[in-house]
Design a protein around this ligand. Structure first.
Ligand code: DSN
Length: 449
């Protein structure tokens, strides 16, 4: 692929430029150098189809590997607990400004270390321990932080999960409304980790308004689509929007919180004094839940948001969605069942129960063939979460490499061959060779030597 072609996909890094050098690491810690070398090779030579992963640009990588990691900067720009913050202030200011522009938000907190910590800060901004919170059930596509009993969300809050319809595989908004009327939650969380359809944020807002609940929208998976208008935005429909920055948004691993709710005085009974929504969010990130921000990650977030503001990023996101649609059609034509029958976004949830295949074994077989996916629960899954009957696949990472719809047809057929013949080593080896051949046409990073 030429650089001009790759630029249309929103980046210029595919195989371009020098490899990262690691002169020091090679000498100081050859074991870890080898891990990085092998991981680079794995990323380059296999098909990365985990729906929540992506490949960052060299500019983002350089920022992550910079001296910004050395700086303590507790507090917020121009209001820190440490001296020497004049440069990190600029980086964080740019990250916040670009995030607000990208999503049309009035306030952005870019310090959350992860999506989970963003959600924790959002919950504590709006609810007290023991309050009722509604979120999509983990086994129906929700996230751990949307109320799982093994997570802080399920331990600190009284969780009432809503579900997807077992007939359609889509979120059952009528059930959500009924549960909300019955349980009067303080917060309803919208958003999902394994949901292939558009989320109706307006309907969730209506339900919240009817019962007097706050609305938190977790757009971690779809942030890139939301930023480019390919999925409706929750910005004016949710009190708080949380996201990760490393999935479709293609930035460094991390979290972010946005709001456009200008509630001037939100009384937080467990905060020392009334705060605006923006101030309350910031206070629940630092000092409420975190200490020093990761300034190298925040600098990299600024770079990624700058990339996402470019017109090429929309072209990239459209290709992500087009690729997922064609991959879904291919899998359907190969006889697979897909939850909801297809996809509107970047991911597909395959229900392997009609074929009597487990997600665990299928993930392993695909991995052996050079295709990286993850096992996933499907609605009413008879299997345990560590086994499952589903496989989740996504197109963000392959699309970053420059792959298009024709490639998705080829890949869909490879997935079909592996899943239908997963015990056969010869099939797995043959597909692995084909994967190596395919990936060689889509250079990514140079493997360090
Ligand atoms: N664990 C992530 C995923 O894979 O979807 C969500 O945060």
């Amino acid at each position: 692929m030429s650089n001009s072609e790759s630029a249309q996909n929103g980046g210029t890094w595919y195989g371009a430029g020098d490899p990262m050098h690691f002169e020091h690491l090679k000498v100081v810690d050859p074991d870890i150098f080898k891990c990085i070398q092998s991981e680079t090779r794995r990323q380059v030579e296999t098909l990365e189809m985990i729906a929540s992963e992506n490949f960052v640009s060299p500019a983002v990588l350089e920022s992550l590997g910079s001296v910004m990691t050395n700086k303590y900067a507790e507090g917020y720009p121009r209001n820190r607990y440490y001296g020497g913050c004049e440069h990190v202030d600029i980086a964080e200011g740019k990250a916040r400004f670009r995030a607000k522009k990208l999503f049309g938000a009035k306030h952005a907190n870019v310090q959350a270390h992860s999506g989970s910590q963003a959600n924790m800060a959002a919950y504590f901004t709006l609810a007290k321990p023991g309050d009722t919170v509604m979120g999509l059930h983990l086994n129906h596509g929700g996230h751990l932080t949307h109320g799982s009993g093994v997570n802080f969300s399920g331990r600190f809050f009284n969780i009432v999960p809503y579900e997807i319809s077992t007939e359609t595989g889509r979120i059952d908004y009528d059930q959500m409304a009924e549960l909300a009327r019955e349980h009067r939650p303080k917060v309803i969380v919208s958003g999902a980790s394994a949901y292939p359809r558009i989320i109706d944020f307006a309907r969730v807002r209506e339900i919240c308004d009817e019962v007097g609940a706050f609305h938190i929208a977790d757009i971690a998976h779809i942030a890139g689509l939301v930023a480019t208008g390919l999925h409706p935005t929750p910005i004016d429909l949710a009190d708080i929007v949380t996201t990760t920055t490393h999935k479709t948004l293609r930035g460094p691993r991390g979290g972010m919180i946005l709001t456009s709710n200008e509630t001037s005085e939100i009384l937080l009974e467990n905060m020392p004094k009334p705060k605006t929504m923006a101030q309350a969010i910031d206070a629940w990130v630092f000092p409420g839940g975190q200490g020093g921000p990761l300034m190298h990650v925040i600098a990299a977030k600024a770079v990624a948001f700058g990339e996402a503001l470019k017109p090429e990023f929309k072209v990239y996101q459209q290709q992500v969605v087009d690729n997922a649609a064609v991959l879904a059609e291919t899998l359907l034509s190969e006889g697979f069942k897909l939850v909801t029958g297809g996809t509107d976004n970047h991911l597909i949830l395959m229900d392997l129960s009609p074929k009597k295949l487990s997600g665990k074994a299928s993930e392993k077989a695909l991995e052996a063939a050079g295709i990286t996916t993850n096992k996933n629960m499907v609605p009413n899954d008879p299997q345990k979460p560590f086994i499952t009957s589903g496989i989740r696949v996504g197109t963000p990472a392959l699309t970053t490499r420059g792959m298009k719809t024709d490639d998705m047809v080829v890949i869909g057929k490879m997935i079909s061959r592996v899943l239908n013949d997963q015990e056969n080593e010869l099939t797995l080896t043959k597909v692995r060779e084909e994967v190596a051949e395919l990936t060689s046409h889509f250079p990514l990073y140079q493997i360090p030597v």
